[in-house]
Design a protein around this ligand. Structure first.
Ligand code: ZN
Length: 133
């Protein structure tokens, strides 16, 4: 089954927890065992699976990516669209994650969650969830 939901981001760069939304889709699907593919069809956003408990982790991830790939730089793409850094960051992190479903639940570590990473907000983002049993 294929489901989709929207996230409106509010900042230039931010990490938004989407774990509960994905869990709800799995619950409603009734799928007991299978795979859950979470994907953003965007070139300047990404999906991560990481700690969602302490917000300092998200701050550190964004701050260190900013050090590696500064928002302002001598980028070719900035001549036509001022967001080259966002494309590079998004391509490094990747647009998707695949998770395992067992007993109609996602297998996630105690501190793990699924999050959308915005690199060129604020924008309206689509999140696509494919569940396969
Ligand atoms: Zn661009």
């Amino acid at each position: 089954m294929l489901k989709e939901f929207k996230i409106s981001t509010t900042k230039k760069q931010e990490i938004i927890d989407i774990t509960e939304k994905v869990k709800q889709i799995i619950k409603n699907s009734g799928v007991e065992k299978g795979l859950c593919f979470v994907y953003v069809p965007h070139a300047t956003a990404a999906i991560i699976v990481n700690e969602n408990y302490d917000s300092s982790v998200c701050k550190d991830i964004l701050a260190q990516l900013e050090k590696l790939i500064p928002s302002k730089g001598n980028y070719e793409h900035d001549k036509m669209d001022d967001n080259a850094h966002a494309h590079i960051k998004a391509s490094l992190i990747g647009p998707s994650e695949t998770l395992i479903i067992e007993e109609n639940e996602l297998i996630l570590g105690t501190w793990q969650g699924i999050a959308l990473v915005e690199f060129d907000g604020p924008r309206n983002r689509r999140v696509i969830v494919k569940i396969k049993n």
